[in-house]
Design a protein around this ligand. Structure first.
Ligand SMILES: *Cc1c(COP(=O)(O)O)cnc(C)c1O
Length: 501
């Protein structure tokens, strides 16, 4: 059971099917465009959507809002240093700000970063620095439905080959993402992390943790890695941080706050340089874009996120929803992690071609049927079409993510998700695919407008559409995406354009 009881409640919206159908039409079938009060169960993300504890609210009320040297900063710094062992802790307003501060200081154009899988903002910030982000997921990650743990590991053979290869002198840093958000939220084993750290040390390349879900990763290590059964999540997390030279942290995940993050560093000289960037772009180093109350809430939240009873109930909630999905006949990325379930929409809706976006089709169907908001991670997110809407590349898998906000929804909310999914599956042949009618040149999934395309083989025959699997990158990553991000961000704005930025 949940190791807490509820002290403050917030009503959740109830809508009719007709209202939801109208809302979908209004927002161009893009769930990012909905108003939150049109959503009954919001599983869009676990980022910044958790519930604060009474202790966090109390700490926040005691926040010291002094510009420099506030008591809250010192409490925050001591809590984070105790956890991470890094002597330099720079607060930032969220994870991507830590990325920008570190990369704009440490990277120079032409350098390379390696990772088990870069998170999308991490990749974008690497590429905005004129560098190349290379993903090295372990080969097991490709076996989506296999039960083996630690599919978030880095490919150690690939890492060693890169560190000894022809581009070795250009490798600026290695980032281990814990848990591996880009690979279905799968955890990284301590064995893999230690071996990666040893390789980095041997080659003099700094290792950073993208630690957004460090507590969930530590919990899964205590559950699944041999030799760690008797360890506490806190001990495992501390050991993980000690293996690296620094960390990038989005506290919106395992800090259980609504906004915040930090950059942790061992190196004195690098920390001094990062501080200058921080002052110029985030704020003075004792607040870094946050209020004193935020710093207090993070310090408290980091401790609560490591509570084994909380982590266990979170794992059990995810397992409960996973069981409901399997019962409804939906395949998942296995084993289910803690922060989200990834549903195999390509398998569920084989009548929808990849470039008609089965994951997005399932997202729209879940909203229409039960007011549930989720997000596609498939060809709408990763694919490309030419100007005629013909597929150029599609994603390796057509997934739908159901993210689980921390301490926010109860089992009966999850039961509603399960029942909704069951109802959609019953009529799955009637779920239509989608075509894009308007999209930005990059990060299009946030703002694209779409329209339904009636399902069925007749559509395919009359338009001559053939699903194209040829152009898929082996690891599903789009090497051009970053350069498009960079071009689009540096290009002068199109005058008179009312379109999405
Ligand atoms: C969310 C996230 C980030 C970015 O953090 P924000 O707080 O959203 O800016 C970076 N890496 C990972 C793995 C994340 O999940």
């Amino acid at each position: 059971m949940e190791p807490y009881r509820i002290k403050a409640v917030e009503p959740i919206p109830a809508t009719t099917r007709e209202q939801r159908a109208r809302a979908l039409d209004r927002v161009g079938y893009n769930l990012f465009g909905l108003r939150a009060e049109e959503v009954t169960i919001d599983l869009l993300t676990d980022s910044g959507t958790g519930a604060l504890s009474a202790a966090q609210w109390a700490a926040g009320a005691a926040g010291d809002e002094s510009y420099a040297g506030s008591r809250s900063f010192h409490r925050f710094r001591e809590a984070v240093e105790e956890l991470t062992s890094y002597p330099h802790i720079l607060p930032v307003h969220q994870g991507r700000a830590a990325e920008r501060v570190l990369f704009s200081t440490l990277l120079a154009p032409g350098r390379i970063t390696l990772s088990n899988t870069h998170f999308d903002t991490t990749r974008a910030n690497v590429e905005l620095s004129g560098c190349q982000a290379r993903d090295l997921p372990c080969p097991r990650a490709r076996n989506l439905h296999g039960p083996e743990p630690f599919k978030g590991d880095i490919d150690l053979v690939g890492l060693a080959a890169e560190l000894r290869g022809p581009d070795a002198s250009r490798i600026a840093l290695v980032i281990m993402t814990l848990t591996n958000n880009g690979e279905g939220g799968q955890p990284v084993s301590m064995d893999n992390l230690a071996r990666a750290a040893a390789l980095c040390r041997e080659h003099g390349v700094p290792l950073f943790l993208d630690a957004a879900r460090f507590a969930e990763n530590a919990y899964l290590v205590t559950q699944c890695e041999s030799g760690y059964g008797g360890h506490s999540p806190t001990d495992v997390a501390k050991e993980a941080f000690r293996l690296a030279d620094g960390c990038l942290m989005s506290a919106k995940k395992d800090g259980i706050v609504h906004i915040g993050g930090f950059l942790g560093l061992r190196d004195d000289a690098l920390a001094r340089r990062c501080e200058l960037t921080l002052i110029a772009t985030e704020g003075f180093p004792t607040y870094g874009g946050l209020a004193g109350r935020d710093l207090e809430m993070i310090a408290q939240g980091l401790t609560e996120a490591l509570d084994p009873r909380y982590l266990r109930s979170r794992a059990e909630a995810a397992a409960h929803l996973a069981a409901l999905c399997r019962t409804a006949g939906v395949r998942l990325v296995e084993p289910p992690g803690l922060h989200a379930l990834y549903l195999d929409a390509g398998h569920l809706l084989p009548h929808i071609a990849p470039h008609r976006f089965p994951g997005h089709a399932l997202a729209c169907a879940l909203y229409l049927e039960g007011g549930i908001r989720s997000v596609e991670l498939g060809s709408l997110y990763l694919g490309k079409e030419d100007s005629n809407g013909e597929p150029v590349t599609t994603a390796p898998y057509e997934l739908l993510r159901l993210a689980l906000p921390r301490r926010t929804y109860t089992r009966s909310h999850l039961d509603h998700v399960g029942q909704t999914l069951e109802a959609v599956v019953k009529n799955k042949h009637r779920v239509p695919g989608y075509r894009i009618v308007e999209a930005a040149p990059f990060l299009r999934h946030f703002r694209a407008r779409l329209e339904p395309v009636p399902a069925g083989p007749a559509t395919t025959a009359t338009t001559g559409e053939t699903p194209d699997h040829e152009g898929r990158a082996e690891n599903g990553c789009d090497q051009d995406r970053g350069s498009r991000v960079r071009r689009a961000l540096t290009a002068p704005p199109a005058t008179g354009s009312g379109g999405p930025a």
